[in-house]
Design a protein. Structure first.
Length: 590
């Protein structure tokens, strides 16, 4: 809590417009983000601001330490490429500031962060850091590097080597009386004892680690210890005890935005319930694990693709503008050459005729030049308008995805946490929170579909088909009693493309039709069929339900929305009910 109060004081000074001093920058960088009791989003904002303030002062130490803190935060968020990039920047600035101790530690941290992606490089950087620390006897740094190097050895199943480095690290931590380092050494030794089968000793060391972390209010560390104790019980096939500790870890890890640990707990919960032959719970947690894993990678890939797309489009437009300018300059040069030749010839024939001709020619050229300048101004204005519209579209899609999307995700996470706390005390409120969370999740999916369409000038048939498959997959999860199917005829060209407007409206019409059939048809089968016929593409949604009376259904908002969307893309829509329901939207194709 002292650390949190210190961070809040620094933030208040920033918000009040006070210029930060080097001492204030160092004070914030010296705090352990591992123990911070605020979200990683807030930490990112804090240390990004700290970095900018250090850059304004050209304060190399502050810049380097801020980059290192950002690298640690990105590691907790599962954003490993950003973590690596920030740590490399930290090393560059440490070397520039002649800070060999911090260079050694940063190399070790860089290697540790790469352990799950490239073990060879991880060992290379870790050894580089250890050599630098040994050479200049940086004992505090060496104690941390020994512990982290033991983790690399443990991951390679070299348990004796791992235990050796853990014990060496513990000796240095105890020698230096570095209290904040003790829980890491205890946890690491507990882990290797567990792998060697000495489970009782493992539990003892974990409990010693947890006692110190509770005193330090190290929530991330406590979450790790709960998970590690769960692993020990899981290895002993004591599945009920393992489940208890994994479930203790999850809410803390979620609150701390420790994404990798949340994902790992879900995986282990699925394994423990599977051992108990509790198939429903095992499947539930495995799906949570898969969804959480996909959300981490999917959001990152989507951000990178959006950034690359913006850079590519900007570069293309700049190159096009440069080409247009070069062509205009060349045309002006050619025109001037022609004027000189004409003037020379006419002057030789007759001075008077030459002057007359030149006068008329110059007047004509001026008019042409004015017309061309006007045309050029119009063209440039059109290009500038298009660029602004494109930038606005990209900005809006980014805002939707980064701001609204993240806020909705936070709301959904908060609802789930609240529901988890109230599920036994207030079942009715818990159920309402569950429904609200489901609605929020659906809203996030709709938002992603909209952002997906906004980021594209055209949408291929295969992309649209994949979106429809995802839609039906989600429907199956929510309504397992209904069979959903998607059929596409083989004569459809897979290279066919639609405009972004056509693609999103086809998708929304089908989505509305599937949702209506799910809610009201009372059928057991819902089928989506896509086919081409007589130079038209058809999207048909049918069910085997109770049907409806057209005079009543036409009053609904759902039908009006589908009809408006069809009109917007010049498509036809036909709705019929004869024992079952058929909704067909079609459009001419070239």
């Amino acid at each position: 809590m002292k650390q949190l109060r210190g961070i809040i004081v620094l933030l208040l000074s920033i918000s009040l417009g006070n210029a930060q001093t080097k001492q204030e920058i160092d004070s914030l960088n010296n705090r352990l983000v591992q123990n911070a009791s605020i979200t990683t989003d807030s930490l990112l904002s804090i240390y990004t601001t700290n970095l900018r303030n250090a850059e304004k002062l050209s304060y190399e130490k502050g810049i380097a330490n801020s980059y290192q803190q950002l690298a640690v935060i990105h590691t907790y968020r599962g954003e490993y490429e950003k973590s690596t990039a920030n740590m490399l920047e930290a090393i560059r600035h440490y070397e520039k500031a002649d800070m060999p101790k911090d260079v050694a530690y940063a190399y070790g941290e860089l290697g540790y962060g790469m352990k799950r992606r490239d073990m060879d490089k991880a060992q290379y950087y870790m050894n580089k850091g250890i050599k630098l620390a040994r050479k200049q006897e940086f004992l505090n740094t060496l104690s941390r590097l020994y512990n982290n190097y033991g983790v690399l050895k443990e991951m390679q199943e070299q348990l004796d080597s791992a235990q050796y480095f853990y014990e060496e690290g513990l000796k240095l931590v105890e020698q230096l009386k570095f209290e904040e380092g003790l829980p890491y050494s205890y946890s690491n030794l507990a882990g290797v004892y567990s792998l060697k089968g000495n489970h009782q000793k493992a539990i003892e060391f974990f409990e010693k680690s947890m006692e110190i972390r509770q005193e330090l209010d190290d929530q991330k560390g406590l979450a790790e210890n709960y998970t590690q104790i769960g692993e020990v019980y899981l290895a002993q096939n004591r599945n009920e005890q393992a489940i208890n500790f994994f479930q203790k870890s999850v809410p803390i890890a979620r609150k701390e935005d420790y994404r990798f640990l949340v994902q790992y707990n879900y995986e282990k919960l699925a394994e423990a319930f599977k051992n108990l032959k509790n198939t429903d719970s095992s499947l539930f947690y495995f799906e949570k694990y898969s969804q959480y894993k996909d959300s981490i990678s999917g959001l990152e890939v989507q951000k990178k693709l959006a950034e690359l797309n913006v850079e590519f489009e900007t570069e293309q437009k700049e190159n096009e503008l440069l080409r247009n300018r070069a062509e205009l300059l060349q045309q002006e040069k050619d025109l001037r050459k022609k004027e000189i030749i004409i003037f020379s010839v006419v002057a030789l024939l007759v001075v008077l005729a030459a002057f007359s001709y030149l006068y008329m020619r110059q007047q004509k050229l001026k008019r042409e030049q004015l017309e061309k300048e006007k045309e050029l101004e119009v063209a440039l204005a059109r290009i500038e308008t298009q660029n602004r519209l494109e930038e606005q579209r990209i900005r809006i899609s980014r805002d939707l995805h980064d701001n609204i999307g993240s806020q909705l995700t936070f709301i959904m996470s908060s609802l789930d946490n609240l529901r988890f706390k109230l599920k036994d005390e207030e079942p009715e409120i818990s159920e309402k929170l569950k429904q609200t969370s489901i609605f929020t999740s659906q809203t996030i999916n709709d938002l992603r579909d909209t952002v997906w369409a906004m980021n594209k000038e055209s949408i291929s048939f295969e992309e649209l088909k994949q979106r429809l498959m995802n839609l039906l997959d989600q429907a199956r999860e929510m309504n397992p009693e209904i069979y959903y199917s998607l059929r596409t005829d083989s004569n459809i060209d897979p290279e066919r493309t639609f405009t972004a407007l056509e693609g999103i409206n086809f998708f929304r019409i089908i989505q509305e039709a599937v949702n209506n059939a799910t809610k009201y048809s009372k059928g057991e089968n819902i089928d989506v069929h896509i086919f081409e016929k007589k130079q038209k593409i058809f999207f048909q949604v049918s069910d085997d339900g109770v049907g409806f009376v057209e005079s009543k259904i036409k009053k609904g908002n759902g039908l009006r929305n589908m009809q408006k969307r069809a009109e917007l893309i010049a498509a036809d829509i036909n709705i019929s009910s004869n024992g079952n329901t058929n909704i067909v939207v079609s459009k001419k194709i070239s």
